[in-house]
Every structure is written in C-alpha cells, then in structure tokens.
Design a protein around this ligand. Structure first.
Ligand code: GDP
Length: 381
C-alpha cells in the first residue's frame, strides 16, 4: 500500500533532519567552547519535528498485526454477520497472496501438517523420523504400541482392493445411472479439472486403476462407478468442473444426483492446495447448499508447498469453507505423488461407508470425529 510507504519515507527524512540538526548543533556547541565564540543554540523545535515525523513513519508498523478474521477478508463481527460477509463473491475479498500473509494458522492444522509430514520433501522427513523410531525401538526405549484399530485394518484392506468399473455414463443421462444398491454405499469425488482427482483415485487403491490420469484439463467427462467388493462400496468419479467449455457438462442433473442420491454417504470435494477455493468451488458448494450428503474437503498436491506455506494455505481453505453448509471443518491433506495422507483418507472413507452399514460396528473408535467438527450453517435449504 502506498500510504505506509510514503509515511515511511517521510519518517526517514524526518530522522535525517533530526540527526542533522540535533547532532550538528551539538558539534557547533563543542566548536564554540573550543574557540570561545558564540553558540547559536540547539534547534530543539526542528529536532522535535524530526522525531514526530519518525513516529508518524513507523506507526503503521507498530500497529498490531491483522487479526485472523481480517486476514480472511472479514471484519470482526458476530458470527451471523461474518457468514453473510463470507458469502459475498470471493472477488470482493483481498487476493490470496494478501490473505496468505495475514492469516493466522489454525493450531490443529499445524499439528496435522507436522505430525503427518505433509508438504514438500515429505518423503525425506518421514524416512528420518522412521529411522529414529526404529533406532529407539531397537534400544527398547519405546513402550508397546497399541494394536491397529478395526478402522485401520479396513483401511488397509481398501488399499489392497481391486475396484472395477461397473458403469460409466454421460452426466446428462440420469436414466442410465445404476439403481442405488444399499449393499454398496457410495462416496463421490469431485473437483475442478486438473485438481489431481484421477491420480488420487488411483493412489487410493494400490492395485486398482480407478481412473485414468491426464495432463490435459477436463478429459473426464462422465460419471463413473467403480465397485470394490472387498469393502462393499462404490466410488463415484465425477467430472471436473470450472473450465468454460465444460460449464454445461456439469449440469443440473449432476447437482440433482448429489442432492438426492440416497446411497451417497459423502461428497469429497478436491481443492488444489496451491490455489485454494476458487469461484467455481464456491459456486458448486453454494448450489448444493445444505442438501445431499456431508461434504469433506481434500487438499491435493500437498507435496508442492513448503510445510509453513501449506499450513497457511490450508488455514485459508478452512476459513473459506465456513461459508458453506454441511461441510466437515476438518480438512484432509493428501499427496498422490508423495503418498501422504492416503491412510487417513481411506480411514475416512471406510468410517463413512462401514458406519453407514452398521453404525455400532465402529462405535468408540478413536478416529470417530466429534459432532462439532461439522459446519451446519442453517441445515437443509
Ligand atoms: P484430474 O484432471 O483432476 O483428474 O487431475 P489428474 O489426476 O489428471 O492430475 C493433473 C496433473 O496433476 C497431472 O500432471 C498429475 O501428475 C499432477 N498431480 C496429480 N496429483 C499430484 C500430486 O499429489 N502431486 C503432484 N506434484 N502432482 C500431482
């Protein structure tokens, strides 16, 4: 901003004047003592003027750093007003880089990134921690590790599953969609084109080839069902959205599918961690409103940002999702390339799918998320 910069220049100039007049007059006083001449006196008023300018210059920097709300482009107001402001078109907010500078990270996101080695260079950091762990284990310094939970076991089974495609139909032909089968609860994956959806779906099941990967934006233009018999569930691969030429592909039928499909347990919305929420993401979530299943945000390509930057980017996404209904507040962070966060995502899928089949099955599991992690700003439309 030019304001503080100009004030800074004025401050620097003031400081120079103060030093010149203040120190200069001291020097003249000393010379006058030496030569027995007359001393004109220190120019106190000019010195004070200089100091006032200095204060004026540094004042903007002495100000408290902006609050988290300010960084999110919000004024500090009560929660209902905050929501209304948040619902404004994202264009009316400061740019992402400005918000990135101002955001104060959420402590749970900091812990999540650090504990799971998310971010650039994650493989090396994970290996170093593993070596340390093995060394301590070798020396018998570790207490006995707890048995893996049932959820962990099922997540590992999902990893080894071989999903196969059972149906692939164009979005606009609802008559061709398979009948909902209660034995196969569904989870759907959606995101802007090129967000890394195909790569993630492929990485989720190491042996399956759920979706094809392409460098070309928007090549997946069908709704595709992939079934895994091992867990008893279907992945629904939804087309990418957000490119002008594909705007109509992701039409009202697909929105209706998400809103009304009885089998759908969760909609995973993928967001590229480098760009955060874009207009297309806001539009799509606004369109869904409080209808349909719970939405879970997944931040993709987390290996591309340094951990500190990733923490800020994830915090911005968390701040942005407050504007939407029925969205889980906890974010999932993944990288299909570095293979981080995949186990957590598998656990999340299994928890929703198996939980849907037998609620009591996983009762008391440590990974069960508390109710207050869900934003439910107003419930159904
Ligand atoms: P889709 O259009 O959403 O299906 O995206 P793709 O899965 O085809 O991925 C688009 C591009 O992003 C490809 O060049 C991928 O190699 C790249 N990509 C996908 N996932 C990751 C990731 O986790 N890390 C990095 N660095 N690149 C990724």
């Amino acid at each position: 901003a030019p304001g503080p910069a100009l004030a800074g220049c004025a401050g620097a100039l003031g400081a120079a004047v103060a030093v010149d007049l203040g120190a200069g007059s001291s020097w003249r006083q000393w010379r006058a003592g030496q030569t027995g001449g007359r001393f004109a006196g220190m120019d106190t008023a000019a010195t004070l003027r200089g100091f006032a300018l200095v204060l004026f210059g540094v004042a903007p920097w002495l100000r408290e750093p902006g609050s988290t709300d300010e960084a999110r482009g919000l004024e500090r107001k009560d929660s209902s007003e905050t929501r209304t402001k948040n619902a404004l078109p994202p264009d009316s907010r400061p740019s992402m880089s400005v918000r990135m500078k101002r955001i104060r990270p959420y402590p749970d996101i900091v812990a999540q990134v650090e504990e799971n080695f998310h971010g650039r260079n994650s493989v090396n950091r994970r290996n170093r921690a593993l070596n340390k762990y093995n060394a301590m284990k070798g020396k018998g310094l570790l207490s006995k590790q707890p048995e893996p939970s049932k959820l962990d076991v099922l997540a590992d089974e999902l990893d080894l599953a071989r999903p196969r495609r059972i149906k692939q139909v164009p979005c606009g032909l609802p008559d061709l969609w398979p009948e909902p089968d209660p034995r196969y609860p569904e989870v759907a994956f959606a995101g802007r084109s090129n967000v890394g959806k195909s790569s993630l779906l492929n990485a989720l099941t190491e042996r399956g080839s759920v979706a094809r990967v392409s460098d070309e934006p928007g090549t997946t233009n069908m709704l595709a069902w992939h079934r895994t018999g091992k867990i008893g569930m279907d992945f629904v691969d939804m087309p990418g959205y957000g490119f002008a030429t594909r705007a109509r592909v992701f039409g009202p039928e697909t929105i209706e599918f998400v809103k009304t499909r009885p089998n759908l347990r969760c909609l995973y919305v993928l967001i590229d961690c480098r760009f955060g929420f874009k207009v297309a993401d806001h539009e799509w979530l606004d369109e869904l409103g409080g209808r349909g299943p719970i939405k879970q945000i997944i931040l993709t390509k987390c290996d591309l940002l340094r951990p500190k930057v990733l923490i800020k980017a994830a915090s911005l996404v968390r701040a942005d999702l407050e504007a939407h209904k029925r969205v889980e507040r906890k974010l999932l962070l993944v990288s299909s390339h570095a293979k981080t966060g995949l186990h957590e995502l598998r656990c999340d899928i299994v928890r929703r799918v198996v939980g849907a089949k037998s609620e009591s099955d996983l009762a008391g599991d440590a990974d069960e998320q508390p109710r207050d992690l869900v934003t439910d700003a107003g419930g159904a439309d």
